[in-house]
Design a protein around this ligand. Sequence first.
Ligand code: SF4
Ligand code: SF4
Ligand code: FES
Length: 476
Amino acid sequence: MEHHQNKTVSLTIDGFPVTVPSGTTILEAAKKINVNIPTLCQYHELCKPALCRLCVVECDGRGKLMAACATEVSEGVKVETNTFRILNIRKTILELLLANHPDECLSCVKNQNCELQKFAIIYGVRGSAYRHVGKPKPRKVSAETITLDMGKCVKCGRCAEVCQEYQKVGAINSAYRSNDYRISTPYARDLNDGPCVFCGKCVSVCPVGAVYHHDQSAEVRAELDRSEQYAAAQISPTAAQALAAAAGFPEGSITTGKIISALKTLGFKKVYDTDVFADLAIQEKARILAEHLKKKNKNPVITSCTPGWMNLLKNAYPDLIDNHPSCKNYVQTFNSVIRNQPGEAGTTPEKITTVSVTPCLAKKYGAKYTLIPAEFLQLLFTKGIEIRNQPESSFGIPEQKLPDTDQSFVSLKSALNAKNHEKFNEHEINFEGAKIKILVVNGIANARKIMDSIREGKCDAALVDVRYCGECGDRC
Ligand code: SF4
Ligand code: SF4
Ligand code: FES
């Protein structure tokens, strides 16, 4: 909602007075005075579709209930958020949502972290009077790293909204109404065949277990149990922070050295530093850029650290594909370098298992074993390993020759690794004797703006590097 800072509105919510800028929603005003109104479809930065009606409130005792997330405050209004009538309505909404919901809480990826489960507990829903009324819903559609399970969907629309409006990808949208409501791809094509960049934003916003990523922890555990396999891992030094946050440990309580030991206790023979492979990936970009500049192509070379980006280019910018050479990211570089190290355990590539631990969900696409912090912690937990009790260890050194630190490589690396969270980050660098512009773009929607400007001949950068979110501020 647009807030008009100069004008304020005073009202009461459950008897508590509050004054807020006009344009504020009842939900926002309630938050200000710590009155909790339940929400299911509403989500931070997304618009307010007012689909679930769980947030309904009474205004001045009128019969019509209002959605607190989508109703602006008005002067002197008396809002009630928890009358007997409202509680019963919320309970009925939850029962309707659970009417055809599968009884799979124990095995669901969202168990104990599910917003529907939380509200069912709060509102004392122990069953549903509407059980199995209506048609059962179609169930799972799996793509490379993401599964849609419409049997669990609560029709909040968050995933479609985040993909359409926030990411501007348009890989999924809602289709049909009522019991037939489902999240669908354009023309019901396979998610792999459309523009999906496998960013995982839809996974992060789904309040239940209806969109989820493929958990690889059990597969990695099985690989580690194969005695003939030689397993190597890579992890970024900054992953310690992400792991501490995921484990609920205080910041600084675990070190990279302890994580390396934990990985070795799990069965990894060697653990490498992600930075080494990120440098090798940049070396490859430098080589591609040098070749591109020699050709005097007027359009920039387009790179991205995540292979899913190619899907969007193919679908929305097929004319720019030739400007996007295939170059490996640090996960793919690690896999290829370690599997082809002649001296690595004296074994053949197929006997080597490589696992990357990274905070980026999008890296799962196009790479076989990639663990996000939660999966890594799960692996440690099942093996009874406590990171904080581990001794300090150091990284292994790969046999691969590291990049020459010539000035062109160093300049490109400092531009690509600069920790900035702006949408567009321009860097002028000296590269192979010429001054060129590097443009690092954070976010898919912003990247689309740059693709449009390349099409219109308005982009004067020599290289455009697309990062999915820019939130990690480290390795994308
Ligand atoms: S992974 Fe990203 S691009 Fe694909 S459907 Fe989800 S939000 Fe859209
Ligand atoms: S799949 Fe999840 S995020 Fe998408 S509409 Fe259904 S419940 Fe909401
Ligand atoms: S949270 Fe308000 S209608 Fe869903």
